[in-house]
Design a protein around this ligand. Structure first.
Ligand SMILES: [Zn+2]
Length: 119
């Protein structure tokens, strides 16, 4: 048996294909922690890109894109509802247009000012 024949035979083994697929889907699995780190500058969780281990992508964007079923378009941003940038639970993420996002933060700043400085 040649090497390539052996490889082909391996793929026919029951469970092997699924095992390999699970391994490849690793970075898309929220419980996969192999290439996940906190970016201290931005406060975002970063996940290593599958296929390019030197690159990281923001985890909240990956999660948002997965639930949308497509890539984010230009001008779309992901807001963290509780303002914790490392909290990437689906329920904490809001996909919105950049203008709305800016407005949202202005509202939060106004509410904060009122709460802390009166008015
Ligand atoms: Zn925001």
């Amino acid at each position: 048996m040649t090497y390539s024949e052996a490889r082909k035979a391996q793929w026919k083994q029951p469970g092997y294909r699924q095992f390999m697929l699970d391994r490849m889907n690793g970075p898309n699995n929220p419980r996969w922690c192999g290439g996940r780190r906190l970016d201290k500058t931005t406060g975002y969780m970063m996940v290593r890109c599958f296929g390019d281990p030197t690159r990281y992508r923001a985890e909240h964007i990956i999660i948002a894109e997965r639930s949308l079923g497509r890539r984010l378009k230009k001008g779309e941003v992901v807001h963290h509802i509780n303002c914790d940038r490392a909290d990437n639970r689906n329920s904490n993420l809001l996909i919105c247009k950049i203008g709305y996002h800016r407005w949202l933060h202005e509202q939060m700043a106004t509410a904060y000012a009122k709460e802390h400085f009166g008015g």
